[in-house]
Design a protein around this ligand. Structure first.
Ligand code: ADP
Ligand code: ADP
Length: 228
């Protein structure tokens, strides 16, 4: 579903963050993106979300080259992707339920569907009892579950997580990683950029390693090794 073909990204200051990246991620894959700080992981994700434009090369998502679609059409593209960040990015003045419902409201779903679907997804991420709580009342692990619920509520085909466990203690980090794998088992393609060495080693999933803008390793059932 995702094909990077010889993708180069050079920022305006002349820094080449990606130097000819070619990667295939198939529908239903679960892949870790690892590499030291500055390796190009965030740039890779920003190109996927079309927050940044590639300097050359092509990026195909479900056969469509997103480097060739107009900025106007990016909202449509993003509807098919859920994104989870290290810092959760929840709306502080909305409850857990409202944070998740909001993602359906802005995509124009009927309130009947929202009332049916939000409780289902909150159950799936183990937060049914916290529906009426505000983000500030939740632990980091719980807040990350809300952000995952929000990311998957519209059934994206791809879920992208950028350092999803970066702010969590080991126990919560484990639970979040298991939840991501669970979502993957239900059919969503999942890409996780992370520094969480022990989790990557334990999960035995595909590992793509970037180093200075180049893919230096791509292994099925890989480990974190060598990445710093
Ligand atoms: P990672 O997420 O792996 O830490 P990044 O994709 O953030 O790596 O960065 C890759 C390289 O590109 C780094 O050298 C970084 O300093 C540089 N970089 C990132 N964003 C910009 C930007 N907006 N302008 C210039 N250089 C950037
Ligand atoms: P329906 O099939 O009646 O439209 P829903 O859309 O309410 O049902 O979703 C319920 C079903 O869809 C469940 O069986 C669940 O497995 C699946 N589902 C819904 N959303 C997701 C999601 N984001 N990720 C994985 N599975 C989902």
């Amino acid at each position: 579903m995702i094909k990077f073909r010889n993708v180069v990204k050079e920022y305006k200051n002349g820094k080449q963050a990606l130097s000819g990246v070619t990667i295939d991620i198939k529908k239903g894959d679960f892949a870790f993106l690892v590499g030291s700080s500055g390796a190009g992981k965030s740039t890779f994700i920003k190109l996927l979300l079309k927050e940044q434009e590639a300097s050359s090369g092509s990026i195909l998502i479900d056969g469509q080259d997103i480097t060739r679609i107009s900025k106007r059409k990016t909202p449509l593209l993003r509807r098919n992707m859920g994104v989870v960040f290290q810092d959760f990015r929840l709306l502080q003045d909305k409850t857990v339920y409202e944070n998740v419902a909001f993602a359906m409201e802005i995509t124009g779903h009927k309130s009947k569907d929202i009332r049916r679907k939000v409780p289902f997804i909150l159950g799936m991420v183990g937060l049914s009892a916290k529906a009426k709580s505000y983000p500030g009342e939740l632990s980091g692990g719980e807040q990350q579950r809300v952000s995952i619920a929000r990311a998957i509520i519209n059934k994206p085909s791809l879920l992208i997580a950028d350092e999803p466990t970066g702010n969590l203690d080991p126990k919560n980090a484990w639970d979040i990683m298991r939840l991501l794998k669970d979502i993957n088992r239900r059919g969503t393609t999942v890409l996780v950029a992370t520094h969480a060495q022990e989790l990557v080693d334990e999960m035995k999933q595909r590992v793509i390693q970037l180093d200075d803008g180049v893919v230096v390793r791509d292994e099925e059932r890989g480990s974190y090794k060598n990445a710093r």
